[in-house]
Design a protein around this ligand. Structure first.
Ligand code: URA
Length: 495
């Protein structure tokens, strides 16, 4: 098999051309081949192909075997190298740097590590290590900024899924490095991020990478942007406004792509008056206020649609310990029946969808027996984040406190106002508390009853059934759950 290193026309210099961007696989394969052939750093001429252009390995294979470049990978027979972890970490980051010198610098580092300087990467006083450290830091910062400053525009629905697109201008080739972050954050929507350094898209199943894009490729939006602006204005705290810090955290070069940036001058200008207003309101407020309701009220605005509300919920940090992401309600607005659980569990947190873990599967079984279809039912939770403590590798569920449930009540209420179910089912005591404001013992409160201003029905939470140690009790509770869901279906359809 051919090595991905082509001999150059002149002397001993080997030409290595890598794929456009951060070609980690190509670089690794080339380094293995170069080391095996004992080519010192001074004997290599590194280059990066133009977007869509051929790498040296592809060119060589195409020339040798007459096979199309697209079929030519970068395999090599050369053995894998054993490198210290610090070196591998530097390679991953520095390869994303835009400087053309990155390949030569990294190869020099690897060459020296393999030739007697095993601990080299741990010596920050070495000029090469120092330089690579700065490059890695710049890439890390760029990744952090991209995580924080990508803003999606809504393009509407296609095949039943919402589509979003964003434009971003990173300093370095970080599109592949940031893609997993966005996949985890927005698993349930289709999205694409266009950048001059490459594009990435997600269709709910796969990430796909494409060539660089220009700003004109960005389609026009969008209702989502308005929702985001409303949210930004509502959470902007005039009492904490610090223009110098804001500029440091959100440098001006990002402003053209940040819709909220155009609000900042006006918000800063109005800050003193708003602070005075807040102080006056606080002085007259008789009791502790719900902070979420307070920020929305402060800006005299509420989300105008379920999508806008969901954007707000997703953008708001967890109020419970652990919670990595908001798990939003799921189902058609206008569903006649809504089921409300306690909070997402471990699996729901990973997948970003309610009721997909063990309790969710039991609920699906009971719903099916009651003649209920998941896709036609609105499923949500009282608390939108998974509250847990980490024990080794396990994330152990923690019951939310009354205060935490109260904190999230505003979200739930607003959500159900948009969905407008005819009947809400409280699965367990936490949901009953969130919906009614009362602490109810489920065994005694089971069955139809008003929950706050809504027609409701209280039943067991499926997790309660999973925890029952006694088989007979479990079977009885399951039969009761199915009976309650059957009744809920009848009541909702008749209402
Ligand atoms: N338990 C809940 O209350 N909600 C979920 O989404 C999953 C488990």
């Amino acid at each position: 098999m051919s090595a991905p290193v082509a001999p150059a026309a002149t002397g001993d210099i080997r030409a290595v051309t890598l794929r456009f961007g951060a070609d980690l696989a190509g670089f690794r394969a080339a380094v293995r081949a170069l080391v095996a052939a004992q080519v010192p750093p001074a004997g290599v001429a590194w280059a990066m192909a133009a977007p869509g252009g051929r790498t040296s390995a592809e060119t060589e294979r195409a020339d040798l075997f007459g096979i199309p470049a697209a079929a030519a990978g970068t395999p090599t027979d050369a053995p894998a190298l054993s490198l210290p972890r610090a070196v591998a970490g530097l390679v991953d980051l520095v390869l994303c740097h835009r400087e053309p010198e990155r390949f030569a610098r990294l190869y020099t580092l690897i060459w020296r590590v393999l030739h007697g300087e095993r601990q080299l990467a741990d010596n920050p006083a070495d000029p090469l290590v120092h330089r690579l450290g700065l490059m890695a830091k710049a890439v890390r910062r760029d990744i952090h900024k991209m995580h924080a400053f990508v803003r999606f525009k809504a393009l509407g629905m296609e095949n039943g899924r919402e589509r979003f697109v964003a434009w971003f201008e990173p300093d370095h080739f970080i599109v592949e490095a940031v893609a997993p972050f966005f996949r985890k954050r927005f698993p349930a929507m289709d999205w694409a991020i266009l950048t001059p350094a490459g594009t990435v898209g997600w269709n709910g199943e796969h990430l796909a990478f494409g060539p660089p894009a220009g700003r004109p490729h960005l389609p026009e939006g969008d209702g989502f942007e308005e929702g985001w602006l409303a949210y930004y204005a509502s959470v902007f705290n005039p009492a904490r406004a610090n223009p110098t810090m804001m500029r440091a955290e959100m440098p001006k070069k990002y402003w053209p792509n940040l819709p909220e940036a155009r609000l900042i001058p006006g918000l800063l200008e109005g800050a003193p008056a708003r602070v005075a207003d807040m102080i006056a309101r606080e002085a007259s407020a008789p009791r502790k206020r719900d902070p979420v309701r307070a920020v929305a009220a402060m800006a005299h605005q509420a989300p105008a649609s379920l999508a806008e509300l969901n954007a707000l919920i997703s953008a708001t940090p967890a109020f419970v310990s652990g919670g990595t992401r908001a798990v939003l309600g799921e189902g058609p607005p206008g569903a006649v029946l809504a089921l409300v659980g306690e909070q997402p569990g471990d699996q729901e947190d990973v997948e970003g969808r309610p009721f997909v873990g063990p309790a969710g599967q039991l609920l699906m079984k009971a719903m099916a027996e009651a003649g209920l279809v998941r896709e036609a039912t609105y499923l949500t939770n009282a608390v939108k984040h998974f509250k847990f403590v980490q024990r080794g590798k396990r994330r152990l569920h923690q019951k939310p406190t009354g205060g935490e449930v109260k904190h999230y009540r505003w979200w739930l209420d607003a959500e159900l106002d948009f969905v407008k179910p005819r009947l809400v089912v409280a699965l367990g005591g936490t949901a009953a508390l969130a919906l009614s404001g009362e602490t109810l013992a489920v065994t005694r409160a089971r069955g139809p009853r008003p929950l706050g201003a809504r027609d409701g029905l209280v039943t067991y939470h499926p997790s309660y059934l999973l925890r029952l140690p006694d088989e007979t009790a479990r079977r009885e509770a399951y039969a009761a759950l199915v009976a309650d869901l059957t009744l809920a279906k009848t009541l909702a359809e008749a209402a």
